[in-house]
Design a protein around this ligand. Structure first.
Ligand code: SF4
Length: 249
């Protein structure tokens, strides 16, 4: 048996804030923002933070707005030490959000890091683009809540990930999962219906959030039409804009 290879993680920031999207909007969370993402969504608000920088910006304590710079990449042990320290004084923290970028691109690191979080007794939420299903299968036992995007081809130069999304959702449904579809004025009925169909085929009960892209360029009437399309197959549909562009700082 050889030595277990430790894989460091690439992150841009660790900070306390309020979730601004979908099912947990309004809840205080600790955010761990991972570098890297395999996609280039037209509306991405975090692209500048996806490329790894020299440091991970880590908030010293909840709501202090004072950060320390820790070298990037970071070991699971060091990241855990910071998370433990922050959550120790963040007594109203609802959960830990593992966000990005696309955290599943660093599944090996997550498989080492996420088990360390268990003693903190905080739910772990994965925010994901819903494509890397094999990686999800690898780490799912350490995740409690999954915020899964279904990406529409109109935001991705017509590339579609329907098969990957369907496989992903079949694994994710074992957890507390909700789906988020970002729409704008370019969203076509056909692609939107496909996202609804993929969700409904897994379970009509999965909460389905229609989120207008920020800045909003879509009319309320169109959002209502999309809602009605989704509600034909799904029982828990919501239209909900982002509470803020990006995250609170
Ligand atoms: S999947 Fe998310 S992080 Fe990646 S490009 Fe799209 S919006 Fe940005």
């Amino acid at each position: 048996m050889g030595m277990v290879q430790k894989t460091p993680g690439y992150l841009s920031e660790v900070f306390c804030s309020i979730q601004g999207e979908a099912a947990l909007a309004g809840k205080p969370q600790l955010f761990l923002r991972f570098n890297y993402c395999g996609l280039k969504c037209a509306y991405c608000d975090t692209s500048a933070k996806i490329a790894p920088g020299k440091f991970v910006r880590i908030e010293k304590s909840p709501a202090c707005m004072d950060f320390r710079n820790v070298p990037n990449p970071i070991t699971a042990q060091t990241l855990f030490m910071h998370v433990k320290k922050i959550t120790g004084t963040f007594n109203s923290c609802h959960s830990i959000s593992v966000t990005g970028g696309e955290p599943l691109m660093q599944a090996l690191f997550l498989s080492e890091f996420l088990p360390m979080l268990r003693p903190l007794r905080l739910p772990v939420m994965l925010e994901t683009n819903g494509i890397l299903h094999k990686k999800l299968a690898h780490i799912r036992k350490w995740i409690d809540i999954i915020a899964m995007d279904i990406k529409l081809p109109s935001a991705l130069d017509d590339k579609n990930y329907w098969k990957e999304h369907a496989k992903f959702l079949r694994i994710a449904v074992e957890k507390d999962v909700f789906v988020k579809v970002i729409v704008n004025r370019k969203t076509a009925d056909m692609e939107f219906k496909k996202a609804v169909e993929i969700t409904g085929k897994t379970s009509a009960k999965i909460p389905f959030y229609i989120q207008p892209a920020t800045p909003m360029d879509i009319k309320t009437g169109r959002l209502l039409k999309l809602y009605m399309m989704a509600a034909k197959c799904l029982r828990n549909v919501y239209v909900m804009p982002q509470m803020h562009a990006g995250k609170f700082y």
